[in-house]
Design a protein around this ligand. Structure first.
Ligand code: TYM
Length: 332
């Protein structure tokens, strides 16, 4: 079986709809066909300040949401990044292989650090993508299921894998991004030209999965569309309607063409009201399942412990090879 690996930050508490449709949904599907490793990336989370209590709670909350979304610990390896020390260890090696200018070109870093100001930006945030490189290479992943915003980090991963392989000896699998075109970028409901995100979206444009479903339904009903009335997928000229069609289509496994036909001659109001209902029907059991996993922290922690054990076996093997290739003296 080919292998996939991916990660999600625990920072935000609730996942948003972009996280789910852009990434987590694919994770669930891929566990059936791939040897799948998925993790909650708490080491990445501390690149910006975190309250310790909240970080701990949010890490468990992230794991609970992943299970609620359909990850099955019998079918995939689900773990917490800090439980596997090899991530930090290979991260260091990768830091030493990355050019300063190369790291400086990462657009997510440029955006985030510009927003925070240089004084508040940590070196950890700067090397964030390089830790992500280590995450992926440790598991010899063939593919990395992510949203479009992670593409540059996967490109960096490929570059560093090839660099190491050339400088020392073939060691790492060079991974492919696994980005589903239709859902690669889910947009803000209020400004359908920017991606939905915790940091950038207005509260009305951001759909958090764990929010009161009634509040989310309202957001769909007041989503920004356009002054035209035709319900047609046209990402360029009708980004708002197209975003709603993407979400609707994905949540109901109905093709966009079928939806266009169903809503021919109907107004935007009908589409929004129906989508609000579709979302509420989907999210209500998701929230209930998340609660159930949270109510049983012992089971949750033991799932994560088992996952970490499986992950460590793979990660340790890769790291040992890397240390040997670099020329480190083995610890006897
Ligand atoms: P994070 O936690 O920001 O996001 C998790 C996943 O959600 C996707 N995503 C979206 N997809 C479509 N539309 C959107 N509006 C949207 N917003 C977010 C992201 O692309 C991502 O796939 N750096 C990563 C975490 C990470 C990782 C890794 C990923 C750490 N190590 C190794 C893959 C492999 C991140 O911050 O994702």
């Amino acid at each position: 079986r080919p292998r996939v690996l991916s990660g999600i930050q625990p920072t935000a508490g609730s996942f948003h709809l972009g996280n789910y449709l852009g990434a987590v949904r694919q994770w669930v599907a891929l566990q059936e066909t791939h040897d799948a490793f998925y993790m909650v990336v708490d080491l990445h989370a501390i690149t910006v300040p975190q309250d310790p209590k909240e970080l701990r709670a949010n890490t468990r909350l992230a794991a609970a949401q992943l299970l609620a979304a359909g990850l099955d610990p019998e079918r995939c390896t689900l773990f917490v990044q800090s439980h596997v020390p090899e991530h930090a260890q290979l991260g260091w090696v990768m830091n030493c292989l990355t050019g300063f200018g190369e790291a400086s070109r990462m657009t997510q870093f440029k955006d985030k650090s510009a927003k925070q100001g240089a004084e508040r930006t940590t070196v950890g945030l700067f090397t964030y993508p390089i830790l992500q490189v280590a995450d992926i290479l440790l598991y010899q992943a063939d593919a990395v299921p992510v949203g479009e915003d992670q593409r540059q980090h996967i490109e960096l991963t490929r570059d560093l894998a090839e660099r190491f392989n050339t400088r020392y000896a073939p060691t790492f699998t060079v991974p492919e991004p696994y980005i589903v075109k239709e859902t690669a970028r889910i947009y803000d409901l209020q400004d359908p030209t920017v991606k939905m995100s915790k940091s950038a979206s207005s509260p009305k444009g951001l759909v958090n999965l764990l929010d009161d479903p009634k509040a989310s339904a309202k957001k769909f009903k007041s989503a920004v569309t356009d002054t035209d009335t035709v319900i047609r997928y046209d990402a360029e000229n009708k980004p708002g309607v197209s975003n709603l069609l993407t979400i609707y289509s994905t949540l109901t496994a109905t093709s966009v063409a079928e939806l266009e036909e169903r809503y021919a001659g109907k107004g935007y109001g009908a589409l929004k009201t129906d989508l609000a209902e579709v979302f509420v029907d989907w999210v209500t059991p998701f929230r209930a399942r998340t609660e159930e996993y949270l109510d049983d922290p012992e089971t949750l922690d033991s799932v994560l412990a088992k996952g970490a054990e499986k992950a460590r076996t793979v990660a340790a093997e890769t790291l040992a090879t890397v240390y040997d290739r670099i020329g480190f003296v083995p610890a006897k």
